[in-house]
Design a protein around this ligand. Sequence first.
Ligand code: GAL
Length: 382
Amino acid sequence: MKKSLVVLLALLTAASLFASGGSQSGGSSSASSGSALIGIAMPETTVLRWVKDGNSLKSEAEKRGYRAELQNGNGDQVLQNQQIGNLLTQGAKLLVVGQLNDGVASAISDAARDKVAVIAYDRIIQNSADYDYYITFNNFKVGQLQGQGLVKGMNLDAATAANPKYITYFAGSPTDGNAFFFFDGATSVLNPYIEKGVLKVVGPAPKTSKDTAEFQRIATEGWLPNIAKNRMENLLTGDARNVTLDAVLAPNDTLARAIIEACLADAKYARKLPVVSGQDAEAASLAMIKSGQQYMTVFKDTGKLAEAAIILADQILKGVANPTVPGAVLASSIGLESIGDTGKKVVKAYLLDPINITQDNWKEPITAGFITPDEVAANGLQ
Ligand code: GAL
């Protein structure tokens, strides 16, 4: 009896997935069928936060009486564009899009043609003049927090030119505009130490993301952990062979863990790992912060970002001329308008505040409800 119920449920789930074209959830919702449809297009599932972002966006939209349809591009821009096309066909009135790369621009111009508003979610949609709104965190500050964390973790203020510290750099995907801001925020903190001669960069050493050739060498296409792990392994037997690294600038947690894995396989770092930064407050990294293997992460409460995005969506759909979002500031009001520059126009960019997490406050993302009880149990975070 119990078994047949399980089988029936599995069949029903499969059928509804099939009917909704492989989306993560059906188009139907508890809201009335007359309410407007919000289409949600998320980029990938390798980095866990994007799964959470999608689920939060859907529930925030439904909470406010909208219908919501959630799609995930699984790291494939062609697929994401098809999904956006389907959302438009289904009559979505507004799209929330976390892009993969600027190949998304054609799908966004289709939305503009259909007079469907688009909110670029967390990542700016580059090379497009066909949308008006962007909501994200203060990405420059994310990088500053990473830089400050590394300074503290290495005790860099006590270093001397005779006895300098050694660092190596990793950046995020060059297809993701955020990766440039993260890096520039971090080097804005680290560069003065390099100039004083107390910090040495091992391997490629761009001063800013505008050192394009050098930046490409430290960038991690698609934010893929295997790429970072391979690069770290090569560094350890190559450029970093004759030094002991004190720190690694890692742009997010998924890559931080891949880098730490490579270090752990090297006898030189068996007793003392380099100080490694991160981002996203992933449960697996919180566990490593708790145990001291990863030094810090940056907590971006994506539940709050999703809520803010839907508050913005609600005002846009209601025709409010200058929407305001509680808890977010306009980038232009704090001199960071470049965050909203698509290369073709400057969109209204709303910024939320990221939070620094170390061994002192690793529980904060759990208290905020960002980490689920299942994740707490699975990662020994009690
Ligand atoms: C960025 C995002 C980061 C991280 C990364 C990898 O755009 O801002 O938080 O998740 O993508 O997916």
